[in-house]
Design a binder for this molecule. Structure first.
Ligand SMILES: [Zn+2]
Length: 1218
């Protein structure tokens, strides 16, 4: 183990405490010195033994002296009202003195050089820079380089490099990347099973091993799609569940499964107690099964693992509270492509098996031929077999009845008895079902059995799963009767003919899996034996021909972004609420901290976010009015979560929490969305020359952050200090209303916030009026391609206008990177890393895809481009270059996109990448999709690149010429990268979208899509509700330095030298890993610092707020992410209360050691976490490992223990508070 920085780290962690102590000492010293000077005028201290003999001096103080001292303190109190704590310390010290006790003070001798209070302690960056020179001829020279800052580098526990470097994905029998390499994707006609092949069977096959058929009635209930979730509920779902209760009692052999807890909870709330009791009994009897048990059946492409886990926990907690059941089988029949992340999550939640449906027809056909439709799904990164999850893949086109009984839909449709003549739906194959009678049962049973046998021959066992259902089925009593009575007759006939060797019955999903496991399990455990291991994922899905479903990776980007906004808000609120509510309880504050109403808001937010994970919600594939319904719910919860944060922060920063009195109007948010489809608007903080305004920052990450923040304020001339009166370097910018107009009453203020892990910190901002603080700068601006030229003053700012293009390509840089922009377009051309001077081409372009001329065109689901994307026409766009010591940016106004590239001058992670913000508006286009392309000169072999799956893991992709453009697009929930042996380019995103790498070195990302027609997948509309959308990215260029870590690895007992430097590394691996910096940049983008400003009316009291609060003593190791600290709830009908218990979720991330962890002050230590550090602020009484969603209890742990998390694992712990 290596942890060179541990000692340093520990010191930093205690910096705050020490600092407070020293501050107290310093002020005390100032008082003593002032006192000393006064006394000096009346008394002789000639006999003093030395200038530093403070003790001696103190002993000579009289009561009169102490009075003077107290007066001084009074004055100090006024000046230093921001530091109540220090004053208290001083008071105590003086009290001791007046009682003749010499206080035990910190080492005053060392503090003698401390500046007096009028002086300031300037924090990083240490050098003070001159304000901007406003002489126009100097403009171009100003702020070419930001102040030099030194950055930390993560210390890595070298053994950990092995995980990312070791070969992975190679223990599988089926590696999906290999399948893609080998398949021809030629789609020949397969006969009745159009996308498959002819299946021949012989009745003898089942002679010794009778066929066992489980017919599984189900009803697929989308929580919103064509109708809103409420409308569906009232029109259909309520009847389905009401009838379920009646009909399952009537038909003793009937069974049923249910997947969506959102609907079940709605029904539960309004149904009778009798119905609830019957439902419980049906579950106990195994007649009704809850499958997956999530709030919704979540989308698997666009979702982030935080929200996937959260929606599963929400469902599982509801089930525990009301039904006392633990689901054990997963059911994912409609999501459009499938992720191994889901397999991992279900496995760790204690599930035994899972079922999936929407997989590329060519992949299904391949696996069917090989009898590999049932497999153990293993994570690519799993070096063992612990993640193996038994998975059943359905073989045919759809989950409806025509595609589930066997290969021939024309036949299967005749066994969907809802389609009996006279009903509302029929069979498109033109042969209608007929009721089963004594006359036709023999023939009908024989035909159905033939389908069953054919389907069964695609699987290894003699046990067959046959779903019976469709969307919103079983809503009418007649359908229950039709399906039951007709199938019962068929089954009785089949089962009655012994020579047919078949046993058919209604079943649940777990009836099927239970039978398979029973038959195939080994001697130990329940793991089925004899099935292949499969690794990889099932993107990009197509159901037929070239109809690839890669459009929904981007459709409705406004709401995809909003999803991440609520996710971040919810996580932030969960954590701070849990801390505040626990402290409030432990301090006996009672209901003054309103934990009840806050937990209700949190619960609603969990459910609104969970609802949006549905596979027609976050996917952007619902009708316009349904999208509005989702958007409204998201917005309500975003706003609620700010309220939860504000009250929790207010409580935690209150100087005396025991006397806490709540105030509803205390803080304000820094930005607000006024409508569900509007961008957030920054609020203007009104500054005063009389008193400082207060802003409180909240770092939701368990790592230290130094990060630039942007506020709108009423003055361009300000002074920023932290609560200890340290002056903070700041910069003001003009606020641009459109291309060239600027606001005259509000300005943008930027400064770097330095904040502890899970920390709250107060900063003070004061209007300086006419006087200029040496620590504040005004940025300069130059505009190109504007009418007129010359320099004009806008307030104190100077703006230069130039009608021509910049004379040559121009640059923007900080200490680490230098970006070059094109003189004609203003767009990025290349990026230099200054540490090695290496330049990487990063040519940025915007392009448009059209859609094919055929009838079937792109729509909400499908992407059907009419060929390669074409660059947008750029003709002398307005280019605006703003430069300052902390932030510089290049703005370009292009057709359909306002493009902004920002570079920041902090010591933190945000200084390491280029920030890209696109304001996209394609409302004036027709059938077009706007993309951003970054063309690098990085030679990634075989057009191999990586995209993330659910923000949880990185999956290798390879662009294949045998597939059309749309098939080479993949989901990108949070990042993509490509690399050569020396350089990696990562694009990190704030929201999910489609991504491709069509040529070597390129990354294409889809920004928005506007499509005028339906794409024939049931939505029956195009996507025309586009909004003005703000989309953020970070472009990160990293150099492979192998370096420091390799040296240490060489000496390690298990040499990893070969893995790190040897040939094997040139072959791309199925699982990729971001660097620690890549992780940190991504998580910072997802979880911004939250800013709350004190309302003017609370200025007086807000100055009393303690300056800083931190939950953790020390930051967590770099590779450990605090995923959530989620208060558990006690729920009964119509009531929700917080429990004194929370789920702590920690994720240890895998990372690639070859790229240095720049700008990170953390270290890694082999996955060790100290519970003492985590809960130092909270009095806990129990700590217990649980399964991922908390359904199963694991080991009880010592309250004070250190525990270890394995790489890539997400672990859940139940924390009980006093
Ligand atoms: Zn669906």
């Amino acid at each position: 183990m290596l942890c060179q920085s541990c000692e340093v780290k520990a010191k930093t962690a205690f910096k705050m405490k020490t600092y407070m102590a020293l501050m107290g000492a310093a002020i005390f010293f100032v008082v003593i010195m002032s006192m000393y000077l006064m006394l000096d005028q009346t008394k002789s201290f000639g006999e003093m033994s030395g200038p530093y003999d403070t003790r001696l001096k103190l002993q000579k103080f009289s009561h009169e002296d102490i009075d003077i001292l107290q007066q001084k303190i009074g004055a100090l109190e006024n000046d230093l009202s921001s530091n109540q704590k220090t004053i208290n310390q001083l008071r105590n010290a003086v009290k001791s003195l007046s009682n003749g006790i010499i206080p035990d003070l910190p080492n005053l001798v060392e503090e003698e050089e401390t500046p007096k209070k009028e002086e300031v302690i300037v924090k990083k960056p240490e050098a003070i820079h001159e304000p901007v020179i406003v002489d126009s001829k100097d403009l171009k020279q100003n702020w070419k380089t930001m102040p030099a800052v030194t950055v930390a580098k993560a210390e890595i526990f070298t053994e950990e490099c092995a995980f990312g470097a070791a070969p992975n994905g190679n223990t599988a029998d089926v590696q999906m990347l290999d399948v893609y390499d080998s398949l021809r994707f030629d789609n020949p006609d397969g006969g009745v099973w159009k996308q498959g092949f002819d299946i021949t069977t012989s009745p003898d096959q089942w002679k010794d091993d009778p066929l066992r058929v489980f017919l599984i009635p189900h009803s697929h209930n989308d929580p919103g799609w064509i109708k809103t979730v409420d409308k569906y509920f009232h029109d259909q779902t309520v009847h389905i569940l009401d009838n379920m209760v009646i009909k399952l009692q009537e038909h003793s052999k009937m069974k049923f499964i249910w997947a969506e807890m959102s609907y079940l909870s709605m029904w539960w709330e309004k149904t009778s107690q009798q119905n609830r009791d019957i439902t419980k009994r049906l579950i106990d009897e195994g007649r009704l099964e809850i499958v997956t048990g999530g709030w919704v059946m979540n989308d698997e492409a666009n979702t982030n693992y935080f929200a996937m886990i959260d929606q599963l926990i929400e469902g599982h907690e509801w089930l525990e509270a009301f039904l006392g059941v633990k689901p054990k089988s997963g059911w994912s029949i409609d999501p459009f492509g499938l992720t191994p992340t889901m397999a991992y999550l279900l496995q760790r939640m204690g599930f035994e098996s899972m079922l999936i449906q929407r997989v590329h027809y060519a992949v299904k056909k391949y696996l069917a031929r090989e009898k590999k439709l049932e497999f153990l799904w293993r994570q690519n990164w799993d070096h063992g077999s612990s993640t193996d999850m038994f998975c059943h893949m359905m073989p045919f086109y759809s989950y409806d009845v025509p595609h589930t009984c066997g290969p021939d839909p024309k036949i299967c449709c005749q066994y969907d008895f809802k389609r009996l003549p006279g009903g509302r739906i029929n069979c498109p194959w033109k042969i209608a079902p007929v009721p089963i009678t004594d006359q036709n049962v023999a023939k009908k049973a024989e035909v159905l059995l033939d389908q069953y046998r054919k389907k069964s021959s695609l699987y290894k066992t003699n046990i067959l799963l046959v779903p019976l259902g469709d969307d919103f089925r079983f809503d009418k009593p007649a359908e229950w009767d039709q399906q039951y009575t007709n199938y019962q007759k068929l089954f009785e006939y089949m089962n009655g003919h012994e020579n047919w060797n078949v046993q058919a019955q209604f079943g649940t999903l777990s009836d099927y899996f239970g039978a398979v496991i029973e038959q195939t399990k080994g001697r130990i455990g329940n793991q089925p034996q004899g099935f292949p291991v499969l690794s990889g994922d099932f993107f990009t899905y197509t159901d037929r021909e070239q109809d690839y479903w890669s459009g929904y990776y981007t459709s409705r980007p406004f709401y995809k972004n909003m999803d991440r906004v609520l996710e971040s808000h919810l996580r932030a609120a969960e954590i701070i609420y849990t801390v505040a509510a626990t402290k409030a309880r432990q301090m006996g504050v009672g209901k003054k901290f309103d934990e009840d109403s806050l937990i209700r808001m949190v619960t609603l937010a969990r459910r609104n976010l969970a609802l949006f994970q549905h596979h027609d919600a976050i996917t952007g594939t619902a009708k316009d009015h349904v999208v509005v319904d989702y958007g409204t719910k998201l917005l309500i919860s975003v706003s609620d979560m700010r309220k939860v944060m504000m009250q929790s922060i207010h409580f935690l920063l209150s100087p005396d929490q025991t006397k806490y009195s709540p105030s509803s109007a205390y803080f304000d948010v820094d930005a607000e969305r006024l409508k569900h489809d509007a961008l957030p608007e920054k609020k203007v903080l009104k500054l005063s020359t009389e008193a400082s305004s207060i802003a409180v920052f909240y770092n939701t990450l368990a790592h230290h952050r130094n990060e630039l923040i942007r506020l709108h304020v009423s003055s361009p001339n300000v002074k920023v200090t932290d609560a200890e009166n340290n002056l903070i370097q700041s910069q003001s910018n003009l606020i641009w209303m459109d291309g060239s107009q600027t606001a005259s009453t509000k300005y943008e203020l930027v400064f770097a916030v330095d904040i502890a892990p899970l920390g709250l910190k107060k900063y003070l901002i004061r209007d300086m009026g006419e006087s200029q603080s040496p620590h504040h700068s005004l940025s300069s601006a130059v505009m190109y391609h504007v009418s007129g030229s010359g320099t004009e003053k806008r307030g104190p700012f100077v703006v230069e206008k130039v009608s021509l293009s910049p004379t040559s390509d121009f640059t923007m840089e900080n200490s680490h990177i230098k970006a070059t922009f094109s003189a004609s377009t203003g767009l990025l051309k290349s990026t230099m890393t200054k540490s090695d001077g290496a330049v990487t081409a990063t040519e940025l372009q915007f392009l448009l895809y059209g859609t094919v001329a055929q009838k079937a065109k792109s729509g909400a689901y499908l992407f059907l481009p009419d060929g390669p994307a074409k660059p947008i026409t750029i003709n002398k766009p307005l280019i605006r270059v703003v430069r300052g010591p902390l932030l510089s940016e290049v703005y370009v106004s292009l057709p359909n996109v306002d493009h902004l590239v920002t570079i920041k001058g902090t010591t933190g992670v945000d200084s390491q990448s280029l920030n890209i913000l696109n304001h996209v508006d394609i409302r004036n286009t027709r059938n077009q999709e706007l993309i951003m392309r970054i063309k690098s000169d990085i030679q990634n072999p075989d057009r191999t690149f990586y995209t993330d799956l659910n923000g949880f893991q990185l999956q290798q992709r390879k662009t294949l010429d045998k597939l059309p453009i749309q098939a080479n697009y993949y989901p990108m929930p949070s990042m993509a990268y490509l690399e050569s042996s020396s350089t990696r380019m990562s694009l990190l995103t704030s929201h999910p979208s489609g991504v491709a790498s069509l040529e070597t070195g390129w990354i294409d990302i889809v920004l928005d899509r506007r499509l005028n027609q339906d794409d024939s997948r049931g939505l029956q509309q195009g996507v025309l509700d586009n909004k003005l959308t703000g989309l953020s990215y970070q472009l990160l260029i990293e150099r492979n330095d192998g370096g420091a870590t390799v040296k240490q690895v060489r000496n390690s007992p298990r040499s990893l030298w070969g893995w790190l430097k040897g040939d094997s590394k040139s072959t791309a691996q199925p699982a990729g890993f971001p660097s620690l910096l890549g992780h940190a940049a991504s998580v910072s983008l997802e979880h911004p610092l939250y800013i709350h400003t004190a309302l003017p009316e609370s200025q007086e009291t807000s100055s009393q707020l303690i300056p800083e609060f931190q939950v953790l003593d020390e930051q967590l190791p770099c590779d450990i992410h605090l995923l959530n600290l989620r208060t558990r709830i006690q729920q009964s009908n119509n009531a929700v209360e917080a429990k004194r218990e929370a789920f702590l979720l920690l994720h240890r991330r895998g990372f690639d050691c070859r790229y240095p962890g720049l700008a990170l002050s953390c270290s890694t230590n082999g996955g060790k976490v100290s519970s003492r550090n985590l809960f130092q602020n909270l009095n806990i009484r129990g700590l217990q490992a649980t399964s991922l969603s908390g359904m199963y209890d694991g080991n009880e742990m010592e309250i004070d223990s250190d525990f270890t998390i394995e790489t890539m694992e997400v672990n859940t712990y139940r924390v009980q508070f006093h």
